[in-house]
Design a protein around this ligand. Structure first.
Ligand SMILES: Cc1ncc(COP(=O)(O)O)c(C=O)c1O
Length: 397
């Protein structure tokens, strides 16, 4: 059966690889399993979500508009303007914003929009931070680009070193997926960093797509955003888009609701492409999403709960495994020597599932896999479960 040959370049999805590693192993302890491998929010979304879905229950018969309802796009424009202190009127709902069925599908399809067959007569490049959210790499290779991995290690504060990207690579670049706060390391790109990335995108004419889906889970300071950096540069949103989601902000991963916003030319072409291959979002879901973007109280409460989890983590793990308190997101990125071995040991001897860091990164250009010495833990459970988990980790590792 003929298949797209690019499929062979995709590695196993990390959770498949993790099942292969751990499913044959039965924990030796009777403790209840604690699954810290998956970044799935465990808090409940606010009642507003179910109430708004119910109030719009007469709309399931209707085909929803692909680009999003005017109400939802207005709510998003208002939220972006407040959150990133954008000039009033800088964002027009029908020019700068498209709704998505969660950011995953939008991030994936986006490469089909912006990766040409050739750039300057060569195979185009998609720049991908390493470690990375697996979709970036899949999107790059399935669009026929070469994924070039930019290692984000302790040495560069877990953000790719922009100044180190060779000029020849930048010239071939069609797209740069950047993630801030970064999954898995929790690093927040500074406004200055974002400005530098935007300048590069414009100078070398590629698209900067910033995945900001953890933007509302932060410890001290709100992460700056790429649209904010565009405004600080004093320009429009040329060559820049951002992706946002309600999955983490509102603990609503099951709602499947996100958006992309930015350069109106890109948004216009993306709307065209999405009319063929995008996912529509049901009208009751769009109504619930609009209500959630308009409410901040539940987001603040959510953030406070994550802060308490990080307090617990810090009390239990500071001084061990290279622990640092991440600036954003809800993962711990612990340096344990060999991530796969540690994950096996934690499952076998403590019934805890974590993700080996190497599964979300890769060895590239002769360099070792920068995730290999690490494990990633999602700090999403209730405090009692987390305390038990940290105690078991200290016992076993
Ligand atoms: C970095 C990153 N981007 C995007 C997503 C996709 O989120 P969603 O499709 O739920 O919006 C995730 C989900 O875990 C993620 O970790």
């Amino acid at each position: 059966m003929p298949l797209n040959p690019q499929l062979d370049t995709l590695s196993d999805y990390p959770f498949e690889a993790l099942r292969t590693l751990l499913n044959p192993v039965t924990p030796r302890v009777n403790d209840p399993p604690i699954l810290m491998s998956l970044g799935e929010p465990q808090h409940q979304p606010p009642p507003l979500l179910a109430e708004t879905l119910a109030a719009n229950a007469d709309k399931w018969n209707q085909y929803p508009p692909m680009n999003g309802t005017p109400e939802l796009r207005r709510a998003i424009a208002d939220w972006l303007t407040r959150r990133y202190r954008l000039p009033a009127g800088a964002l027009e709902p029908d020019k700068h914003i498209l709704t998505l069925a969660g950011t995953k599908e939008g991030l994936y399809l986006f490469s089909s929009l912006v990766v040409p067959r050739e750039k300057r007569g060569q195979q185009p490049v998609v720049l991908v931070p390493n470690p990375y959210y697996l979709v970036y790499n899949g999107a790059a290779t399935m669009a026929g680009a070469e994924a070039v991995f930019l290692d984000a290690t302790r040495d560069n504060r877990f953000m790719p070193d922009l100044a180190a990207i060779p000029r020849a690579t930048l010239e071939r670049a069609a797209l740069f997926y950047l993630c801030s706060p970064a999954n898995p390391q929790g690093t927040i790109a500074s406004l200055e960093y974002l400005k530098q990335a935007i300048r590069l995108a414009r100078e070398y004419d590629f698209v900067l797509a910033v995945d900001e889906c953890y933007a509302e889970i932060y410890d001290r300071a709100p992460p700056p955003g790429a649209l904010e950096a565009c405004a600080a540069l004093g320009d429009d949103f040329e060559n820049v888009v951002v992706f946002h989601s309600l999955s983490k902000r509102s603990s609503a991963a099951g709602l499947r609701s996100g958006f992309v916003a930015g350069d109106p030319r890109l948004i216009g072409h993306y709307a065209h492409l999405r009319s063929y291959g995008g996912c529509q979002v049901p009208l009751p879901v769009q109504a619930a999403a609009a209500a959630l973007w308009r409410d901040e109280a539940h987001v603040e409460a959510n953030r406070d709960r994550y802060r308490r989890k990080f307090d617990l983590a810090e009390e239990a793990l500071a001084g061990r495994y290279g622990f640092y308190r991440p600036d954003g997101g809800f993962f711990l990125w612990l340096e344990v020597g060999h991530g796969e071995e540690a994950a096996l040991r934690l499952w076998r001897d403590a019934a805890i599932r974590v993700l080996p860091g190497g599964y979300t990164a890769r060895a590239a250009a002769g360099r070792p896999n920068p995730g290999e010495p690490y494990i990633r833990l999602a700090i999403v459970h209730d405090e009692a479960t987390l305390s038990a988990a940290f105690e078991r980790i200290r016992r076993v590792l």
